[in-house]
Design a protein around this ligand. Structure first.
Ligand code: SF4
Length: 217
């Protein structure tokens, strides 16, 4: 047995399966990644016990497309959903698990486009946590993100929402201010992702309490 390991993407297809057969024949370890949309497991019948088969799609490593319950709304867990509010990001990092859509065009989703997602949330009170993401939601204009947050706040069953962003850390590295001083959110129901938002939220909130609600900046 060789010490070499190979990952064959599209390994259940015509070409991929032939590559897999050749690698197995010379004693290499083989893993196959294929979403089986066109590939066939039958193509691997002769080496089935010699290879590891992973069903998946490199373009969508988190399997979000299969869990889209409304346009721009993904529900992978009973009580949690993900709203893809924009395809824009200020960072475009190499680790993006959503690179299939981030920067692909269209920009921030219109209110009309997001209406079915909000309707779905209204009709599914079991969803208590909402992640508003994209892209980077804070790459949208303040007006736009505030309107989305206001719409979400009108859905009482959504008890908390999260606005993950890498914008604050990126802007800090560039020595630029983050222009979010007008972003009024609900103190009890909102939070920035602690791993991504490098600006201390507690400081921001305590500095920005307005009429009992917090201003994240
Ligand atoms: S910062 Fe987030 S949205 Fe932007 S490219 Fe990276 S992972 Fe994707």
């Amino acid at each position: 047995m060789s010490n070499r390991s190979y990952l064959v993407t599209g390994g259940a297809g015509f070409i991929g399966s032939h590559i897999a057969h050749a690698l197995v024949k010379r004693g290499d370890r083989v893993r196959i990644l294929d979403d089986l949309s066109t590939g066939l497991l039958d193509n691997l019948a002769a080496v089935r016990s010699d290879v590891e088969i992973i069903e998946g799609d490199l373009r969508d490593p988190l399997g979000e497309e299969a869990h889209e319950v409304a346009p721009e709304l993904v529900q992978r867990y009973p009580d949690r959903a993900l709203l893809l509010a924009t395809d824009r990001c200020a960072i475009y990092c190499r680790f993006c698990t959503r690179s299939r859509i981030v920067g692909s065009g269209g920009g921030p989703r219109s209110e009309l486009r997001l209406m079915p997602a909000l309707e779905y949330l209204r009709n599914h009170p079991e969803i208590r946590d909402l992640i508003i993401s994209g892209g980077d939601p804070l790459a949208m204009s303040t007006t736009r993100i505030v309107r989305i947050l206001q719409a979400v706040r009108c859905i009482p069953s959504v008890k908390s929402f999260e606005v993950p962003t890498a914008l604050s850390s990126g802007a800090q590295k560039l020595g630029q201010p983050v222009p979010l001083s007008n972003l009024v959110v609900d103190e009890k129901r909102s939070r920035l992702h602690p791993a991504q938002a490098k600006v201390p939220l507690r400081d921001s909130c305590s500095n920005g309490l307005v009429n009992g609600r917090s201003v994240a900046s």
